[in-house]
Design a protein around this ligand. Structure first.
Ligand SMILES: [Zn+2]
Ligand SMILES: [Zn+2]
Length: 245
């Protein structure tokens, strides 16, 4: 299997998992031509895409969804997200398997109707994907134990957010329990997962309220002595490709 984060952040999120039965997208927040170009750039392909797993209905996760559906892709999401999107799809229930990938939805605290993170099992490998969460709940931590690969939100630096250009109500939304995770919150959570995780992608970084080096440094410091790969994801280009098997 192969995994690549094609785009990450408020300008558009999409993650490509190339499993035993073809590609599956997690979120589709980029328009189709962009998705295809980025997949190609990463040496991957969307050819034969049959499923898009959607974590929640925010625009940065569904901007290209209609285009993917027109190309025959089915949507997998929580019942609440399907309702919010006004479309029919497969409810993401624990144990559901699509294209050789087993799906376990993880309820997330975020300001959408029924947002989820994901634990995916493919080819005996466990992947955890959690972006867009206001805080790390015990449920989230428990669900991610055992995951060898994590795509984990590291949205903002608290100081940069507080002193930055965003209007106060927006700052409060991001900081709140249903907003987004700060670098040091991500770092603390990852400390609890270091025994399993071998590859960690930091995701959904804010362009205004974070700097990639700062996110990396904060997490690396907390994981002092950890012998894994810490990688970035980008708003405008694909991440490094993880591959196994
Ligand atoms: Zn988002
Ligand atoms: Zn969101």
């Amino acid at each position: 299997m192969k995994l690549c984060v094609l785009g990450s952040g408020s300008s558009g999120n999409a993650l490509l998992v190339e499993g035993p039965a073809g590609p599956v997208l997690v979120d589709c927040g980029l328009l189709w031509p962009d998705l295809e170009a980025r997949a190609r750039r990463a040496g991957l392909s969307l050819h034969g895409l049959r499923y898009v797993v959607v974590t929640h209905e925010h625009t940065d996760h569904v901007r290209g969804l209609e285009q993917a559906r027109r190309r025959g892709a089915k949507v997998v999401a929580s019942a609440g997200t399907l309702r919010a999107l006004g479309i029919k799809g497969l409810p993401a229930e624990p144990g559901l398997e699509v294209a050789g990938i087993r799906i376990l939805p993880i309820p997330l605290p975020h300001d959408a109707l029924e947002p989820i993170g994901l634990r995916l099992e493919v080819d005996g490998l466990r992947l955890g994907v959690v972006t867009d969460l206001g805080r790390v709940t015990p449920t989230v931590l428990e669900a991610l134990k055992g995951c060898e690969v994590l795509v984990f939100e590291s949205n903002h630096d608290l100081e940069m957010l507080l002193t930055g250009p965003y209007p106060w109500p927006l700052k409060m939304r991001i900081l709140g329990p249903l907003g987004h995770l700060a670098n040091d919150e991500a770092a603390q959570a990852l400390k609890g997962l270091r025994d399993w995780a071998k590859t960690v992608y930091l995701a959904h970084l804010s362009r205004e309220n974070n700097r990639p080096e700062l996110a990396l440094e904060t997490v690396a410091q907390a994981l002092n002595g950890w012998e894994g790969h810490l990688l970035l994801t980008y708003p405008d280009r694909p991440s490094a490709v993880f591959s196994a098997g």
